[in-house]
Design a protein around this ligand. Structure first.
Ligand SMILES: Cc1ncc(COP(=O)(O)O)c(C=O)c1O
Length: 404
């Protein structure tokens, strides 16, 4: 489907042939009125679903009052949001820099950690994704993203996700920080072994390096807990947030211990749009929805519905599904071959779903998704897997396609 958008935007994005016109809850409609269950949710941004009333009301009210107030002036909407955010933040994270995206949140974390420690080395995980601005890119694993833009920030090293011994070996007295996604997103939804985050905490404490958690995708209820780190009871020194934090309005937030932001001098970091009242109003409404409307609980409950259904599909299609992974509504289904045909088949059945790399289906529905909608997604996936396996003869004992 070629469109005028392609003409003007060029070919930077992998696109699906759907023109989304409007949305409500976990549903979106295209420009011909066709309905879809949205398991992409804007790459996880639409945590609350589309057009959540709390958010639309807050934005509408704020637009009529004032949209922009730079952080060099005070603003009550911003103050209210900061109080709510820090009130919910993991222990010790009492200050925050507001910015506008995930990459910007990570950029701030890099600068804060380097300034506070006075050190140069940055340790990230293999399979990590922290964004595509040059600083965030330096600690994003995918060589195909990094190589064309070298040299990036020097001092980055990648260790296998989940390997405490390798991390221990890599970290030394020149390490400024270790950055970890508690559940890796872009590389295919990977959950660490139970002891890994605690080991990382101990290694950082021993060496004086800061521990940074990137919960840009996994945070704010996505995994069935408000913070993904709660699954392992480990808190970081810096926490990066973005995506759904302001109900779809752009916002990033870099939370840190006060002494870390305190090590920065005035003007050493700033953002023109960061902390604007429009996104702060949406942010307050988002936090209210997450904490008062049972969405985190629903994420855990619907996550279990998906997990059970997907495990059943794995038993039914053992030659197609290799593994089901994730926590809450951050789910990866590793397929034994390219998932493109499945994604297009799902679109025909009214389901929008994501991929992670070539062979992982990524399911990131809004946290308001219902049991009925989850059942529809699972039925559609069953039907598409059946069609695909018929095409290729891979169902139960059928021949392996040799494309794994
Ligand atoms: C874990 C993680 N960190 C950082 C980013 C970058 O966020 P943005 O695209 O808003 O810059 C993403 C985006 O997918 C992400 O999933």
């Amino acid at each position: 489907m070629a469109s005028t958008e392609d003409m003007y935007m060029g070919g930077l994005y992998q696109r699906f042939p759907v023109t989304v016109d409007r949305g409500e809850g976990a549903l979106v409609w295209d420009d011909s009125g066709r309905e879809y269950i949205d398991c992409m949710a804007g790459y996880g941004v639409a945590l609350l679903g589309h057009c959540n009333r709390r958010v639309t009301d807050a934005i509408t009210t704020q637009i009529g009052r004032i949209i922009t107030v730079h952080s060099s002036l005070y603003n009550k909407t911003r103050e209210e949001f900061l109080e709510k955010l820090i009130g919910l933040a993991p222990d010790g994270l009492e200050q925050v820099h507001l910015n506008n995206s995930g990459a910007e949140s990570v950029e701030a974390a890099i600068k804060f950690a380097k300034k506070y420690t006075g050190r140069k080395k940055m340790i990230a995980m293999k399979g990590s994704y922290h964004g595509k601005s040059l600083g965030a890119l330096s600690i994003t694993f995918g060589p195909k993203y990094r190589r064309p833009f070298a040299p990036l920030i020097e001092g980055a090293e990648f260790v296998p996700f989940g390997n405490g011994a390798a991390l221990d070996e890599a970290v030394d007295t020149d390490t400024a920080f270790v950055i970890i996604e508690p559940v890796q997103g872009e590389s295919g939804i990977h959950v660490p072994p139970p002891e890994f985050l605690r080991e990382a905490r101990e290694i950082c404490d021993r060496s004086g390096a800061l521990l940074v958690f990137d919960e840009i995708q996994a945070g704010l209820g996505r995994t069935g807990r408000l913070w993904a780190q709660q699954h392992w009871g480990v808190t970081p020194d810096i926490l990066c947030l973005a995506k759904g934090i302001a109900g779809g309005v752009p916002m990033g937030a870099t939370l840190a211990k006060p002494e870390i932001i305190g090590a920065m001098s005035k003007g050493e970091h700033s953002s023109t749009f960061g902390g604007n009242p429009l996104s702060c109003a949406a942010g307050s409404a988002t936090l209210d929805a997450l904490t008062q409307d049972g969405l985190v609980e629903n994420s855990a409950a619907m996550g279990a519905v998906f997990a059970d259904g997907l495990e059943e599909l794995k038993r039914k299609y053992p030659n197609m599904i290799r593994e089901v992974r994730g926590r809450g509504l951050m789910i990866g289904v590793e397929i034994k071959y390219d998932v493109r045909g499945i994604l297009y088949g799902l679109i025909k059945k009214g389901i929008l779903m994501l991929y992670s790399g070539r062979n992982v289906l990524r399911i990131l529905p809004p946290l308001v998704v219902t049991a009925r909608q989850a059942a529809k997604v699972l039925d559609a996936l069953d039907a598409v897997l059946s069609e695909e396996s018929e095409k290729t003869g891979t169902r139960r004992g059928g021949s392996n396609m040799g494309r794994t």
